[in-house]
Design a protein around this ligand. Structure first.
Ligand SMILES: [Zn+2]
Ligand SMILES: [Zn+2]
Length: 326
């Protein structure tokens, strides 16, 4: 099969012919129809997040058709499934046994520890695959599998936050703005300075205000989610946060957070991160996204142009989500 291989940090992905994976017991073989890009892929490429055993096929927002392996109840041969970042957990540790499998220290992740979706086929543990609601097509659904899921988990960590700020209006925020607006929240979108395209896009998707990330919004925020990997956004978000509010850092890596006066944190403001996802998050978000319904805006690239797609993601060259189609 054709695949794009990660070989070492700092090197572009390499187009290669590799064997179609053998699914093995309890695993599905899927024919990849779409695979979303994620900022985490850039952190892997840059060596900011380690890939333990290269070469590795990246890509952890897979939508594929089940063509082999053992499909358990609810997953049909020939049906479309989503394969997310969480690829395997131990099921035995304190985190796994307390509904926090996202924190399992032995967890294995798709497109980092397990070959991912930048290929024609992928094999995945059937217990971590999710049937796609009939409403969705593969291309549109791919960004739900990480951008949507991490965004959804981050939103839940903001609690009831009525006035919600989203910093970095890319794949995750463009999904989350729709979810938050559907829940009756007021969404404030913050983008790179002068990014009028992203600001217009945010307003189209239900944000009531859009501006540069250094700007002060017209209202204090009850919650803020930071998707851009820029540590300086943490004190910026705290500065416009109401007492009791929460800032959630939504990425797997961020530049250093600059020192800030304690006064910004005072009055029970919270700063926290969000890590990975649980299977419960996936089931909840897919059902919710189908009900709303969430409409994703995707920018499609053929598999062979994955490096160009990742470059465009880095440069902010498209609005919405980048998706690879093998
Ligand atoms: Zn991701
Ligand atoms: Zn565990």
């Amino acid at each position: 099969m054709r695949a794009m291989l990660f070989e070492a940090p700092g090197s572009p992905l390499r187009a290669a012919e590799v064997p179609v994976p053998e699914p093995g017991p309890g695993r599905l073989l899927v024919e990849v129809e779409a695979c979303g890009l994620c900022r985490t892929d850039l952190h892997l490429l840059d060596g900011e997040v380690d890939v333990p055993e290269p070469p590795r096929i990246l890509g952890h927002q897979i939508i594929g058709r089940v063509i082999g392996g053992e499909a358990p109840e609810g997953l049909e041969q020939g049906g479309l499934v989503g394969v997310p970042w969480l690829g395997w957990t131990c099921g035995e540790c304190a985190y796994c046994r307390s509904g926090r499998e996202n924190l399992c220290p032995r967890a294995r992740f798709t497109g980092r520890d397990i070959d991912g979706g930048m290929a024609e086929y992928a094999a995945a543990d059937a217990r971590y695959c999710f049937p796609l609601p009939a409403r969705f097509e593969a291309l549109q659904a791919a960004p739900l599998m990480c951008a949507g899921l991490i965004g959804y988990r981050a939103l839940r960590l903001c609690g009831e936050a009525y006035r919600l700020g989203l910093y970095g209006f890319g794949a995750a925020a463009h999904i989350l703005a729709q979810v938050a607006a559907a829940e009756g929240r007021r969404v404030f979108a913050f983008t790179r300075a002068g990014d009028a395209a992203a600001q217009d896009f945010a307003l189209e998707l239900g944000a009531i205000w859009a501006g540069d990330s250094a700007q002060t919004p017209p209202e204090e925020l009850d919650g803020a989610i930071i998707f851009a990997p820029a540590g300086e956004l943490v004190p910026q978000a705290l500065r416009v946060l109401a007492p009791g509010g929460t800032v959630v850092c939504g990425g797997i890596h961020m530049s250093d957070i600059p020192a800030f006066p304690y006064e910004l944190l005072w009055h029970e403001r919270t700063v926290r991160s969000v890590a990975n996802l649980t299977r419960g998050d996936a089931r909840e978000l897919l059902a919710l996204a189908a009900r709303i319904p969430v409409r994703t805006s995707v920018h499609e690239y053929p598999l062979e142009r994955a490096n160009e797609a990742l470059g465009d993601l880095r440069a902010g060259a498209f609005t919405g989500a980048g998706v690879i189609v093998p």
